[in-house]
Design a protein around this ligand. Structure first.
Ligand code: NAD
Length: 324
């Protein structure tokens, strides 16, 4: 299925969390297409640096605000939007403990504020959901039809359940208010602009390997993830945005690897002498993760193209420049 570009010059797009890792790459692509983009961020986990290169672009506006408090009164926000991409949310497991209430709010009240606005504007609304919606899955690989296995009161529940609430809210506004909605379930994504200290495996392993410190793999390291380079994910999200598909649609890659294998690959790509060590694994950490991409392929023509070694090389290069 070929998806025609639907959003381009003249279209106004709101990207919440626009100064974050994934959203800032999305903003770059939308600006390249000629869209007018308003990025809204409170910088809780993002950084102005990620969009600093766009600050003089006339079609780009950065607004500092907490979206959980509602849409801010700012001239760039007051004008009608053609699409709203709700990308804001802390997403690292370390944030689940540090920012639990903030995560619950941005995945609940903020989603409702934005859906109301999408209904008022007649805008397409795209929700960044997550493979965490599947919890510790009993089905492998995960298809969108799988309902998941989530501990509703565990340490990860603030994130998993907030995203599941956001999905429910998105579908409710679609059914009851006729909002044109889309849900993407994002699998583990990595690339330039991740924070070296953000607590997720890839930036942690790269930073440790560069400093020659032990690589701290959780548990036995046999748990698996399928890692996706950010450029592939952004292409998938834009295909979904342009389509009329509502989803949820999985987006990621099928390159499944164990955490131990990932650590060893990073050590080798960094030419590091770091040893792989094993530390206590956090509660409810999923055992395996791999998306079934059939729907993304059939409905969107999505195909990831960047092999893990290549994507990791580009990410390491970025960290080298950043960490000096
Ligand atoms: P990130 O932390 O780099 O980006 C999130 C951005 O949202 C940050 O800039 C942060 O400051 C902003 N933000 C958070 N709460 C906010 C609020 N209340 N108001 C305004 N801004 C707020 O994380 P990311 O990895 O780029 O994730 C982006 C989105 O993709 C998130 O919704 C995340 O749940 C989803 N996702 C990411 C992955 C991944 O592997 N990177 C996987 C699944 C889902």
């Amino acid at each position: 299925m070929k998806v025609e570009q639907r959003f381009g010059p003249g279209h106004r797009i709101l990207v919440t969390g626009g100064a974050g890792f994934v959203p800032s790459h999305l903003v770059d692509s939308l600006i390249e297409r000629g869209c007018t983009v308003v990025a809204l961020d409170n910088f809780v986990t993002g950084s102005k640096e990620n969009v600093a290169h766009l600050l003089d672009t006339p079609t780009f506006t950065l607004v500092e605000a907490d979206i959980s408090d509602g849409l801010p009164s700012h001239p760039a926000v007051a004008e009608r939007f053609d699409a709203i991409l709700h990308m804001a949310s802390p997403a690292s497991p370390t944030d689940f403990e540090k920012l639990p209430v903030e995560i619950l709010r941005v995945g609940s009240v903020a989603t409702l504020h934005l859906l109301e606005r999408a209904a008022a504007d007649g805008a397409r609304f795209l929700l960044a959901s997550t493979s965490e919606a599947y919890g510790d899955p009993k089905e492998h690989p995960q298809r969108e039809t799988y309902w998941g296995n989530v501990n509703p009161i565990g340490i990860r529940s603030v994130y998993d359940e907030a995203k599941r609430f956001s999905e429910a809210a998105t579908m409710a506004y679609r059914r009851s208010r006729g909002v044109d909605t889309a849900i993407v379930r994002i699998f583990n994504t990595y690339g330039p602009r991740m924070r070296p200290d953000d607590g997720r495996a890839i930036p942690t392993f790269i930073s440790q390997a560069m400093r020659g410190e032990p690589i701290t793999v959780h548990g036995t390291g046999n748990q698996t993830r399928s890692i996706c380079y950010v450029a592939d994910l952004v292409r998938g999200i834009l295909l979904l945005l342009d389509s009329t598909e509502s989803g949820p649609v999985n987006c990621g890659t099928e390159h499944e690897m164990s955490m131990r294998e990932l650590a060893e690959t990073i050590v080798s790509l960094c030419d590091s002498r770091s040893q792989v060590t094993f530390v206590t694994r956090s509660a409810d950490d999923p055992e395996m993760r791999r998306p079934d991409l059939t729907l993304a392929r059939e409905a969107l023509g999505y195909e990831p193209t960047v092999a893990p070694e290549e994507g990791l090389r580009r990410t390491i290069e970025h960290f080298r420049k950043r960490l000096g």
